[in-house]
Design a protein around this ligand. Structure first.
Ligand code: GLC
Length: 476
């Protein structure tokens, strides 16, 4: 079986969020189980490892009425082939997104991917599309490319990493960028709420819709989480599956991680992990203290991640015997709010308004607890990272957080973290208080850290589930 993954960011080449981690590690896990995998993404100016790419070919393609240069580069890593779509005008700029012409840039990308198949004579069994940037490949395939003999018999899957970002655009772009007829707007295929909606289109046109956790797959069928697409998803309910993401246990490993000072594993964490804690306190200018619980937060600073809860309870939290470290960047209002509290409590709160992968590894490795009170969370990878590094997650029971963090039961001594159900600051605080009580009791805490480090959240199991659903599709 051959699978081609299509998405806008992939580690280790370029990353802004969890999508990149998934596209960087799922194909590798599938290759280990005998699937032939390749991945295609844009060749951004800021990408890493650019020196490892080799030029393959170039040609001109039509993007609706535009004639555009399209170069193809390629490389191989861990048995996976990576293709890069080159066009200076569209991708030779800083960063990844947030340009006025993003829809045009990714329309170009979508056409370039479809054209690449015939130019390089690549014929996958499954074309696995991820998020809105790749979404329009589904209707382009079904309305156009699929009619050409070369393109027959390719199955299309679409994976929703976050239904909050749908690619909602001016209906005129349907023709202007994608060269598709207006009738597809008027018959509702590409229309939602009087807008052109790329994610809706992909949901309708793909053979299977997947999302990144079983709980999120159920949540997006509801008014609360569906972001307006719940009715269309309910229509395709029997073609929707949730498969929990994993994390790469080779690259995310406290025994070998080059970003942390003291390596540790399931057997020696009691002696070694705390050394990282002291080192991190020193690095961040917090008082060095083994006993005080150190709570980590690594996140994009957006409403999704529960920043409103955190800010509303910051004062209360700072009155407790804890230290807090935040790493991340994002919305101005959250950055400003956090800055205020960091100014009020410099002895207890270390604020780091940036993305810094190496520091994030040290936070996962050094903290006692990891706070992630998301409003919604399709999967969430940070809680898995913290479990892997023996740091106990405190999460809200939503999406993948619910599927990966099992609340601790002190009587049966089961579970690997703490969780609360409602999006309420008071509930969050009472769970933090409970976690602190457990932290003070070494018997419980040691048990919890052991359970966390024994959680199996690598890709093996999830890759098997992907193979199952892909196989079923191919055999249809
Ligand atoms: C998005 C989601 C996050 C998920 C990631 C990878 O970033 O917000 O929950 O873990 O995609 O699927």
């Amino acid at each position: 079986m051959k699978v081609l993954f299509v998405g806008s960011e992939v580690t280790p080449y370029i990353k802004s969020g969890g999508l990149a981690d998934v596209l960087g590690s799922l194909p590798k896990a599938l290759v280990e189980q005998g699937v032939e995998c390749s991945v295609v993404l844009p060749k951004y100016r800021d990408m890493k490892l650019a020196e490892t790419l080799e030029y393959v070919t170039s040609y001109y393609i039509w993007v609706s009425w535009r004639r555009e240069y399209c170069g193809i580069f390629k490389t191989e890593l861990d048995g996976v082939t990576f293709y890069f779509i080159d066009n200076e005008q569209y991708f030779g700029r800083p960063g990844l997104y947030s340009y006025d012409d993003d829809y045009e840039r990714f329309a170009f990308f979508d056409f370039a991917v479809l054209e690449m198949l015939s130019h390089l004579n690549i014929k996958p069994d499954i074309l696995s599309l991820h998020d809105w940037q790749a979404a329009m490949i589904a209707p382009l395939y079904k309305e156009r490319y699929g009619y050409y003999e070369f393109y027959h018999d390719i199955k299309i899957t679409f994976t929703i990493h976050n239904i909050a970002y749908q690619g909602k655009a001016d209906p005129r772009l349907i023709n202007d960028l994608f060269g598709l007829g207006d009738h597809l707007y008027y018959n509702g295929n590409l229309r939602h709420d009087n807008c052109f909606n790329m994610m809706k289109a992909a949901i309708l046109y793909s053979d299977l819709v997947t999302t990144v956790s079983p709980t999120y797959a159920k949540e997006i069928l509801t008014d609360e989480y569906g972001e307006g697409l719940q009715s269309i998803l309910n229509m395709k309910k029997d073609r929707l599956v949730g498969i929990l993401n994993g994390i790469d246990y080779d690259t995310n490993n406290p025994e070998t991680d080059p970003n942390i000072l003291y390596h540790f594993n399931k057997d020696n964490w009691k002696e070694e992990k705390v050394k990282n804690k002291i080192a991190l306190q020193r690095e961040l200018g917090l008082p060095e203290n083994e006993e005080v619980p150190l709570i980590g937060i690594v996140t994009r600073l957006t409403w999704q991640k529960g920043l409103d809860l955190i800010l509303s309870k910051m004062d209360e939290m700072m009155h407790r015997d804890v230290q807090v470290v935040v790493l991340g960047a994002g919305d101005r209002k959250y950055e400003d709010g956090l800055r205020y509290w960091a100014g009020q409590y410099p002895e207890k709160f270390s604020l780091n308004l940036k993305y810094d992968f190496a520091l994030s590894c040290r936070i996962y490795a050094s903290c006692d607890m990891f706070l992630m009170p998301s409003l919604f969370e399709p999967c969430g990878l940070s809680q898995m990272m913290s479990l892997r590094y023996g740091t106990i997650p405190i999460v809200r029971e939503t999406g993948g957080l619910k599927d990966s963090v099992i609340p601790y039961n002190e009587y049966e001594m089961t579970g690997n973290g703490f969780s609360f159900a409602h999006y309420s600051g008071d509930e969050m605080m009472s769970v933090i208080n409970y976690a602190q009580t457990m932290y003070a009791n070494k018997k419980h805490w040691n048990h919890l850290v052991d359970a966390a480090m024994n959680s199996k959240l690598d890709w093996e199991n999830s890759a098997k589930q992907y193979i199952d659903v892909f196989k079923k599709l191919v055999d249809e």
